[in-house]
Design a protein around this ligand. Structure first.
Ligand SMILES: Nc1ncnc2c1ncn2[C@@H]1O[C@H](COP(=O)(O)OP(=O)(O)OP(=O)(O)O)[C@@H](O)[C@H]1O
Ligand SMILES: [Mg+2]
Length: 156
């Protein structure tokens, strides 16, 4: 699932000379609607590329801990001021900075991420340092051991 989300962003990353570095734990398995979850992770990676200077690096990691899967997308981009950190998940909300004006966009990407993650019983959080970068973390319940090889649904 992470690999699909990363692959879908390769062309965008290459055109900005951004290196995508993915590190995933094969035991990090979640149940869910695969295409929805790929869309969610895709949107986070797309933002990380869009709101970062050329030549930087975006890290994508998946691990499991305490019965949960954590998928983190970290960039070295413009960052998000603390006062706006919750608002970025609102529909149509876009920061009024040079980067946002330059890239265009509808302001729906993160609203979709939040919606999908909540529908999977998870949550999404943001950490950011303005001017240095941001990390968005999706937390999902881990699939039970017995469900590790699904006939339907998704493995992350
Ligand atoms: N990684 C990030 N670093 C800095 N700012 C970000 C980041 N991700 C999102 N933002 C800010 O949050 C706003 C909302 O993001 P969101 O993905 O919802 O919409 P968008 O990227 O503007 O448009 P789109 O609907 O095409 O995704 C962005 O316009 C941007 O200002
Ligand atoms: Mg976006």
């Amino acid at each position: 699932m992470i690999a699909r989300a990363v692959d879908a962003n390769r062309v965008a990353a290459e055109s900005h000379r951004i290196t995508l570095v993915a590190q995933t734990d094969p035991d990090a398995v979640a149940w869910g609607d695969e295409s929805m979850l790929v869309t969610a992770v895709h949107n986070l990676i797309a933002n990380a590329i869009q709101y970062s200077p050329d030549g930087t690096r975006v890290g994508i990691g998946a691990l499991h801990r305490d019965g949960a899967i954590e998928i983190a997308v970290t960039d070295q981009g413009v960052g998000i001021p603390e006062s706006e950190r919750e608002r970025v998940f609102e529909r149509f909300f876009r920061l009024d900075n040079a980067r946002s004006r330059q890239t265009g966009g509808t302001g729906l990407g993160l609203a979709i991420v939040k919606h999908v993650v909540q529908n999977h019983g998870g949550e999404v959080r943001v950490w950011s340092q303005q001017g240095h970068g941001s990390t968005f973390t999706i937390r999902l319940p881990q699939a039970p051991e017995a469900a590790a090889v699904p006939s339907r649904g998704a493995r992350t």
